[in-house]
Every structure is written in structure tokens, then in C-alpha cells.
Design a protein around this ligand. Structure first.
Ligand SMILES: [Zn+2]
Length: 296
């Protein structure tokens, strides 16, 4: 009996341990600058940041609604200031569908004009693709829009939102903290073994490579990717080298009449880690890049 109840207790404790979110999901990167690690296992794969200003908070990327609902109490543990703004690095649902949660909490949604246009044109389809049966909540496009640059500066913090697209999408922008040299890049760079999505209909791979090179010249010390773990500046140069080699191979293949499937079989990009860690995903990216480039 006693042994049975101990076993039961152990089972309950083990179950509780598995239900708890991973520890240390939130990191303070610099005073008032926070990062929440996305979690692919629970379809909350997009990283979120927030910057605490004197009178308000700016959130960087919104995740899905279920991710946003998880993050809200985590933000509340770090500050009681109002969530005034939520910036979407781009319109993809894993970065912007959670806008609905932050808007209900009183925030104004911010992104580039191009991003807002993409949200209207392609947001529903992307949300249905990604969220499947959970795509029943409203899509909230940005109401505060900027063409190329918007800065928040209250003397304590300075946060610059700067358009870099078309790259991963048409309207990509990054969030840059020049004093702390922290750069939130959205999906211009990822730092995990699952690769990146190169298949947006408005992706511009050549300009994407240029955008990464331009970001490197800012000499950031901490890169917060859209997905995966924070990294040093080499996260940018590594992602750039990977895409540059892929794009030049794709361009060559098209010029010489080699098929996408043949190229995907022949091209070995495995030295680019972690970006090319999964050969099947690399092959799929090669075929996608080929298809988009050949269309033009
Ligand atoms: Zn994306």
C-alpha cells in the first residue's frame, strides 16, 4: 500500500515535471531588454523580445496566440509598465498571429508598410497553413506603419526598427538596440538545425544575402534570430555564406540546364552549420529557391 502510494506520488510528480515549461525561457540580455526562447515542441517556435522603456514596453514579435498568452505573464514578471507596442519583424503567422492577444492587452501593432500589405494579401493563407484548425482567431494587421525606419527613444532606451526587405518576405524589418548592440533579426537569420523558409512568393534571395552583409557592418554583439538560440555576429555571416553558396549553385544550374532535383541531389552544403544540418530540408530549400528564381 505504502509502496503503491509512493509510486503514485512519483508518477504525479513526474507528470508535473513534464508539464512545466522549460526553465530559463526568459533571459535579460541587458538592463530592461528581455528575450523569451521559442519552443517548437509546443508550436510556439518564434522567439519574442521586449524592451522596457520608462513609461511603456515594446514587444518584438508576437508568436501565435497561444504563445502570446504564455508570454504575457512572463513579461508581467519583469515589469508592470503598459504593453504599448508590438512590432512584427514580418507578416508570417508564427510572428504575427499573436497580435490579437497583445491588441486585447492594449498594444498597438507596428510593422513596415510592406509587411502590413502582405498581411492583408497573404496573411490569411499563411495563418491557415501554419495554424491549421487553430486558425479561428482574427488576424490583426499593423495600424502603426513605417516605410523604412521608426525609432523609439526616451533617453533610457533606444530601439530602431529598420526595414531590410525584400528578403525572407517583402516587408522584413529588424529591431536594433544600438547602445547594447543587440539585434533582433526575425527570420533573416535562424539559429537552429531546421533551416529557414526560402519560399515566400515575395522572397528576394539576392537582396536577403545583401541585407545580411549590411547587418554585419553594424557590428552587433548579440543576434536574436527568429527561431533557435541567440548567437554572436557569426550567426549572420554563417547564414549569409550558406545562402550565397546555395544561390550561386541555383543560378548556375538554371544557366546550364541542370534540373532542380539533380542540383538538390548533388549540392553539398553540409559544412554550413547549423543551417544545413538536415539534408532533406536543405534539398527542399534548394528546390524551392530554384523554382522561385526560375519563375522570374
Ligand atoms: Zn517567416
Amino acid at each position: 500500500m505504502r509502496r503503491a502510494s509512493l509510486a503514485t506520488l512519483f508518477t504525479i510528480l513526474a507528470a508535473l515535471a513534464f508539464q512545466r515549461p522549460a526553465p530559463n525561457r526568459v533571459r535579460e540580455l541587458a538592463p530592461g531588454v528581455f528575450f523569451w526562447q521559442g519552443d517548437r515542441e509546443t508550436q510556439r517556435q518564434t522567439n519574442i523580445g521586449w524592451v522596457v522603456f520608462r513609461d511603456y514596453v515594446v514587444v518584438i514579435d508576437a508568436n501565435f496566440p497561444w504563445g502570446a498568452r504564455d508570454v504575457l505573464p512572463e513579461i508581467r514578471k519583469t515589469t508592470n509598465r503598459p504593453l504599448r507596442f508590438v512590432f512584427n519583424t514580418h507578416y508570417h503567422a508564427d510572428h504575427s498571429y499573436g497580435n490579437v492577444v497583445f491588441a486585447q492587452a492594449g498594444a498597438t501593432i507596428v510593422c513596415t508598410e510592406a509587411c502590413a500589405g502582405e498581411s492583408l494579401r497573404k496573411g490569411l493563407k499563411d495563418t491557415q497553413n501554419q495554424a491549421k484548425e487553430r486558425a479561428s482567431e482574427p488576424i490583426i494587421p499593423a495600424s502603426l506603419r513605417f516605410e523604412t525606419e521608426l525609432a523609439f527613444d526616451d533617453g533610457t532606451q533606444r530601439l530602431e526598427l529598420i526595414r531590410m526587405g525584400p528578403a525572407h518576405s517583402a516587408g522584413d524589418a529588424v529591431a536594433w538596440l544600438p547602445k547594447q548592440r543587440i539585434l533582433f533579426v526575425g527570420d533573416l537569420a535562424v539559429n537552429w538545425e531546421l533551416g529557414n523558409n526560402v519560399g515566400d512568393v515575395d522572397a528576394d534571395h539576392a537582396n536577403w544575402i545583401n541585407a545580411l552583409a549590411r547587418l554585419e557592418t553594424w557590428q552587433p554583439t548579440t543576434i536574436i534570430p527568429g527561431h533557435g538560440i541567440p548567437g554572436p555576429a557569426a550567426t549572420l555571416s554563417g547564414q549569409r555564406a550558406y545562402f550565397a553558396e546555395m544561390l550561386s549553385a541555383v543560378t548556375n544550374a538554371i544557366a546550364t540546364g541542370k534540373s532542380a532535383d539533380q542540383l538538390a541531389r548533388d549540392l553539398d552544403l553540409s559544412r554550413h552549420r547549423p543551417f544545413a544540418a538536415d539534408p532533406a530540408r536543405v534539398a527542399s530549400q534548394v528546390r524551392t529557391m530554384y523554382r522561385l528564381k526560375n519563375r522570374r
